[in-house]
Every structure is written in C-alpha cells, then in structure tokens.
Design a protein around this ligand. Structure first.
Ligand code: NAP
Length: 333
C-alpha cells in the first residue's frame, strides 16, 4: 500500500540569511517497500547551522525542488529487508520528510540504550555530541586539570562539550551564550563554572573576567570576535579546536575570518586545528560507552529544544540560527 508523506523542499537560493520563503512543504505518496528496502517513519528531525552553507551553493549544495538532506531518527514500520525488521530504530540522512524508503546501506541501526530517549541520537549521542567529543579529545587533546572555554555553549555542541569536559577531568569550564537565561542554565544546571552573555561587551573583556587565569583549550563554534578573544586568553601550548563559525554563516557582511592576533599562535606555541566530525565516525562507539551510563544516571543531561510538528521544520531551522534553542534544536514529527 502506498503511504502519504510530507517533505520540505528548497525552492530558491538565499541572498544573505535564509528566510522562510526559500522553502515549501510538499506532499507525496511513497510506494510500498520493494524487495531489500524498508519504510521508515521519522520521529525526530535535526536542523543544523551547517546547512546554511549548502543552501546557496549552486554546485555541491542542495538541489532545488527536492527534499533537503538532513538527519532524522525513526523506526521501520514496513519492511522487505531482513537487515531492517519492523521496529528497528535507525538514523539516516534522507532529509526533512515524514517518511523515507531506504536500503540498509542508507541507514545506521541505532543501539537500544535503555533509559536513553531516541532523540538523544540526534543530540549528545549523535553527530552533535560527537563533534564536541572529537573536538575535545582527538583535536584539542584536553587533559585532566586543564581549563576550557566553549562558545555557543548553550547550543547542541556547546552543552555536550561542557558536560564532556567535566567527565574528561577539566578543571574550569567557561562558556559564552546569547542571553542571561542561557548563561544561568549553563552555570545552574550544566555545571559550568562561569558563563557570560556575549552581548554584554567586548568578548575579550568578558572572557578575561570569566577566566582570569587564562584557558588551555578553546572549542570554537562561533569564529570572528570569539576566536580572537580566545587566542588572547590562551596559555602557552594552548589548543583551539575549530568546530564552526556561526557568526559568519549567511551574513551579508561577516566579521573578518582571520583574527588580528593570529601571530600569537607563534609567540605562545598555540595550536589551532579545524575538523569535520564526519572524518571521525569511528569514535561513535567510544561516545556511547562514555555517555550511556551517565545519561541513564542523570549525571549527564541531553538538553534539547523540541518544536512539535513537521510543519514547524523551517521555523526550527531559522530558529537555531537566531538562538531560539537551548540544547540541540529538534523537530518532533
Ligand atoms: P547550536 O549551537 O545548537 O545553535 C547555534 C547557536 O549559535 C544558536 O543557538 C545561537 O545561540 C548561536 N549563535 C547564532 N548566531 C551567533 C553569533 N553571531 N554569535 C555567537 N553565537 C551565535 O548549533 P550546533 O548544531 O550545536 O552547532 C554549533 C556549531 O558547531 C556551528 O558553528 C556548527 O556549524 C558547528 N558544527 C560543526 C561540526 C563539524 O563537523 N565541524 C559539526 C556540528 C556542528 P546564542 O543564543 O548563544 O547566540
């Protein structure tokens, strides 16, 4: 039997920050699964800042008038594949849609982790948490007793990074975020030692007050003024794991990409290294092993902002760019 589904298509290219009129909701029908395939009913969709860069690239970006690529978790509801029995939980990138027909190669079967919600696989246990984990461990080599600064600290990667740093033995954990409510959440509920609202003054001054003795590791999600301030606050032999630069995404006049104080990397033997989480998928099992017990016990939280209903997908995407989220931004279908 065919199944009705709804998808989000990109229908126009942006000029500057993405707006709602670039997208359209499109209804269709999926045929019953053919041999070797299965029908997935999505439960949660991820909306991610990196998608901005793919909206305006004529080559290599999203094709117009097709479902957007994007991560989702869901369960098999109909199957003609022995590898994907009905009820199996999967994660896939078939895009912003309610249902998808997939082969086993197009999905990753999720482990059933008792006491851990499915949505965590798009947040702290998924690519978001893995970015924080890889940034702190493989890229920055955070050691017990060292001090961390993370920007966009109240977002998906940031909330994961602060909590992971604690598990990894960090001494002082400092974050920046875009509102007083977010900084209160970081210090009150997530165990950050200090947090500041970057709107309250020059970031260098706010960081100097929050981390008066300097920092050893910076996980950069923002770029621009934040990166420059973090270089200024770095101790000798500090490390910067450059994860993202949201202050520069889709902005008509972005801040200078290169900080003015770059030469301080030389004078204080600081290492700056960018990374993409997709080159580190082999760390996924390590992340499960580290976090699953703490998620079950409640020592680690999986903060998320969930908009209810597929029709709010575009709102959620525009919202994550504007800071409407605390924790990972998701859509529940
Ligand atoms: P997120 O942090 O949950 O959401 C983005 C946050 O950025 C917003 O909530 C907003 O919070 C903040 N923001 C927006 N504009 C800003 C600005 N001009 N200055 C400072 N903060 C701003 O998103 P995420 O998915 O966890 O991603 C965080 C970063 O990691 C992004 O840069 C993303 O591209 C990057 N990333 C990289 C990889 C990789 O493989 N390298 C993988 C995943 C994510 P406020 O209210 O605090 O402003």
């Amino acid at each position: 039997m065919s199944v009705p589904f709804r998808a989000v298509h990109q229908i126009a290219r942006p000029t500057g920050r993405p707006t709602a009129d670039l997208f359209a909701f499109v209804d269709g029908e999926l045929p019953a699964p053919a041999a070797g395939t299965a029908l997935i009913e999505n439960a949660f969709l991820s909306v991610d800042p990196y998608m901005v860069g793919l909206l305006d690239e004529e080559e290599g970006g999203y094709p117009l008038n097709a479902p957007l690529e994007g991560r989702a978790v869901g369960r098999v509801v109909e199957s003609r594949s022995t590898a994907l029995p009905v009820g199996t939980a999967v994660i896939h990138r078939e895009g912003w849609r309610t249902h998808a027909l997939v082969t086993p190669e197009q999905v990753r079967v999720l482990p059933e982790l008792p006491g851990v919600p499915l949505s965590a696989h798009l947040g702290i246990l998924g690519g978001t948490g893995l970015s924080a984990y890889v940034g702190l461990t493989r890229v920055a080599g955070l050691k017990p007793g060292e001090d961390l600064f993370v920007s966009a600290a109240a977002g998906g990667v940031g909330t994961a990074a602060g909590q992971l740093a604690r598990l990894l033995g960090a001494r002082r954990v400092v974050g920046s975020a875009g509102s007083a409510a977010k900084t209160a959440f970081l210090t009150g509920e997530l165990g950050f030692d200090a947090a500041f609202d970057y709107h309250d003054g020059p970031v260098a001054e706010l960081l100097a007050a929050a981390a008066p003795d300097g920092i050893d590791v910076y996980l950069d999600n923002v770029g621009g003024e934040h990166l420059e301030a973090a270089i200024g606050a770095m101790r000798d032999f500090g490390r910067i794991a450059w994860c993202g630069a949201i202050s520069q995404y889709g902005v008509a006049t972005p801040p200078p990409a290169a900080p003015h104080n770059l030469f301080e990397l030389v004078t204080r033997s600081i290492r700056l290294e960018g990374f993409l989480v997709r080159h580190h998928m082999d760390a996924q099992q390590e992340l499960y092993a580290l976090l699953a017990p703490h998620l079950r016990s409640g020592r680690v939280l999986s903060p998320q902002t969930v908009l209810d209903g597929f029709d709010r997908t575009v709102e959620a995407f525009l919202g994550v760019l504007a800071g409407a989220n605390t924790g990972k931004m998701l859509v529940e279908i």
